[in-house]
Design a protein around this ligand. Structure first.
Ligand SMILES: N[C@@H](CCC(=O)N[C@@H](CS)C(=O)NCC(=O)O)C(=O)O
Length: 217
């Protein structure tokens, strides 16, 4: 079966699929989509939202659906996660973390190699409408870091060495992919324990943040 993943390097939902692909050792063709390219995703699934997985019989959105589709042996137990009693609580933890991470990382993501001058301006315009000027986001970094801190501490307490478990699982991918983008923020530092945890997930998932971008050069 031939698989192509359309993704943005910086997007946490795309990162979670790339981590899952790496963990499951599934071969795929990587296509980093320029952020201002509306046509490619719209042609594939009818909307501008990544990640998109194109397979032999079609193309699909939604990171968790994609992971479930790829995980033929149910190693990551997506169904178990979706129906677990802690699902809502965990998703709300992710969304809280995600919001702070976006505010901290967006002003730096636009200077990573996946952006061109035009896609940077497109991203800036779109995101500033929602979050306000990026210069203000940078000025308010401390607020976002302070907001994030209790959530990171909570996760850290639950590492055993994986999230609430002695075994690696889907939740580790979901946490690591949401936090990974913070590595581009020069003023932010993970605690040693959190850094070691993220690095261990990276190894387990054969993950390399910009590899998919540079391998296309
Ligand atoms: N629920 C979706 C969320 C994906 C998502 O929010 N993707 C963002 C990028 S991080 C996107 O493509 N947004 C459209 C845009 O920013 O133009 C999933 O899990 O795949």
């Amino acid at each position: 079966m031939s698989l192509t993943l359309y993704h943005y390097v910086h997007c946490p939902f795309c990162v979670r699929v790339r981590m899952a692909l790496g963990y499951l050792k599934v071969e795929y063709k990587s296509k980093v989509v320029p952020y201002d390219d509306e046509l490619t995703p719209e042609k594939l699934t009818g909307k501008k939202m990544l990640p998109i997985l194109a397979h032999d019989t079609g193309a699909m959105n939604e990171s968790l659906d994609i992971i479930q589709y790829l995980d033929k042996n149910n190693a990551l137990k997506v169904d178990e996660y979706l129906t677990s009693h802690s699902f809502k609580e965990f998703e709300s933890l992710l969304s809280k973390i995600g919001s702070e991470v976006h505010s901290l990382a967006m002003p730096y993501w636009i200077y990573t190699p996946e952006f061109t001058e035009t896609s940077r301006q497109y991203f800036l315009q779109k995101k500033e409408q929602k979050r306000g000027p990026f210069s203000e986001l940078v000025k308010n970094q401390k607020t976002f870091v302070d907001e994030l801190k209790p959530y990171l501490e909570k996760i850290e307490k639950d590492l055993n060495p994986f999230y609430q478990s002695t075994h690696f699982g889907l939740r580790d991918i979901l946490i690591a992919s949401h936090l990974w983008g913070l590595y581009v923020v020069p003023e932010f530092q993970f605690s040693e324990k959190m850094h070691q945890y993220l690095q261990s997930i990276k190894l387990i998932c054969n993950f390399n943040y910009h590899q998919d971008f540079w391998s296309q050069a």
